[in-house]
Design a protein around this ligand. Structure first.
Ligand code: MF3
Ligand code: CO
Length: 255
C-alpha cells in the first residue's frame, strides 16, 4: 500500500509535477501537421532537462524515450517514431519526470484540427468525455474514499456515451517510483478497493476507446492498439489525495 507523502516529499513531487506540466504544455503546443513523434519527444526531453528534471521513463527497462506518443487507434506506450502528425489525427502524449528521485506522470490527447476534417464533431465529443471523466475521477480522490470510487466515476462518464474503458491498462500510485501500488483502474465499484489517505500520490488515468475495450500489442513490442481499430484517448494527471479534494500536480493548463 502506498504511503502518504511527507511535506518535504510533497515539495519535491510538486516541483516534479511542475516540470511535467511544462513539458506536456510544450508538447501539445507543438502538435501541428508535419511534426514527427520523434520531434515531439525531443522537445519534451529538452524541456525536462532545461527545468532540472530527469526522464522517468528511463527507469522502465528497455525504454529509452522521454515520452510515449500514440495516434488514433493506438492506446498507450507508443514509441516516438518518424511518423508525422497530420490533420484529423488524434494524438496522445504521455510523459513522466523524475526530480530529486520523485516521479510524476501525465498524458493528454488532442485532435489535430484545421476545422475541415472528417468526423470533427464526433472526435471532439469523444475527447470531451475523456477529459470530463478524468475531472470526475480526480474529484473522488479524497481521504475516506476508495480506489473503486475513482474507477466508478470514470467508468460511469465514459459508458454514458457508450464508449469503453480499456481494462488491461490502469492508473497507479506514483512517487519514489513511476509505478507504485495501488493500481487505479478507470473502472470499478464505488466503495471497494484500497482506502485513500490524505497525502497519497496517484496517477489517475482515463484510457478509453470508441469501440471495443480490448487491446492488442503491436509488433514493435510496446504499442498497444484497440483490437477493432477504433479511436482511443488517454488523459492522465498525477494528484495528491486531500482531505476534501485532490490537488493536481501536473496541470499543464495552469502553467
Ligand atoms: N505513463 C505510462 C504508464 O503509466 C508509462 C509508460 S512507460 C513505458 O503506464 F515505458 F512503458 F512506455
Ligand atoms: Co501512468
Amino acid at each position: 500500500m502506498i504511503e502518504p507523502k511527507t511535506d518535504k516529499e510533497l515539495e519535491h513531487m510538486r516541483e516534479s509535477g511542475k516540470i511535467s506540466a511544462l513539458a506536456l504544455n510544450a508538447a501539445l503546443e507543438a502538435i501541428k501537421p508535419g511534426i514527427s513523434a520523434k520531434d515531439i519527444d525531443k522537445l519534451v526531453e529538452e524541456e525536462i532537462y532545461r527545468k532540472g528534471g530527469d526522464l522517468s521513463y528511463k527507469t522502465v527497462p528497455g525504454y529509452k524515450w522521454a515520452t510515449c506518443i500514440t495516434f488514433n487507434e493506438q492506446v498507450v506506450h507508443g514509441i516516438p517514431t518518424d511518423r508525422k502528425v497530420k490533420e484529423g489525427d488524434l494524438v496522445s502524449v504521455d510523459l513522466a519526470v523524475s526530480y530529486k528521485g520523485w516521479h510524476t506522470d501525465c498524458a493528454w490527447s488532442v485532435l489535430v484540427d484545421g476545422g475541415k476534417i472528417e468526423d470533427r464533431r464526433r472526435k471532439i465529443e469523444f475527447l470531451r468525455i475523456g477529459k470530463e471523466a478524468l475531472r470526475l475521477g480526480i474529484k473522488e480522490a479524497k481521504s475516506g474514499n476508495t480506489v473503486g470510487d475513482i474507477g466508478a466515476a470514470i467508468q460511469k462518464k465514459v459508458e454514458v456515451e457508450e464508449y469503453h474503458v480499456v481494462r488491461a491498462l490502469v492508473g497507479h500510485g506514483v512517487g519514489k517510483a513511476l509505478h507504485e501500488e495501488p493500481e487505479i483502474p478507470g473502472y470499478g465499484v464505488s466503495g471497494t478497493g484500497s482506502l485513500l489517505i490524505e497525502g497519497m500520490t496517484l496517477a489517475i488515468e482515463v484510457i478509453y476507446a470508441e469501440g471495443t475495450p480490448d487491446v492488442i500489442l503491436e509488433k514493435d513490442g510496446w504499442t498497444y492498439s484497440t483490437e477493432d481499430g477504433s479511436l482511443s484517448g488517454l488523459f492522465e494527471m498525477t494528484v495528491v489525495v486531500g482531505k476534501k479534494e485532490a490537488k493536481i500536480l501536473t496541470d499543464w493548463r495552469k502553467v
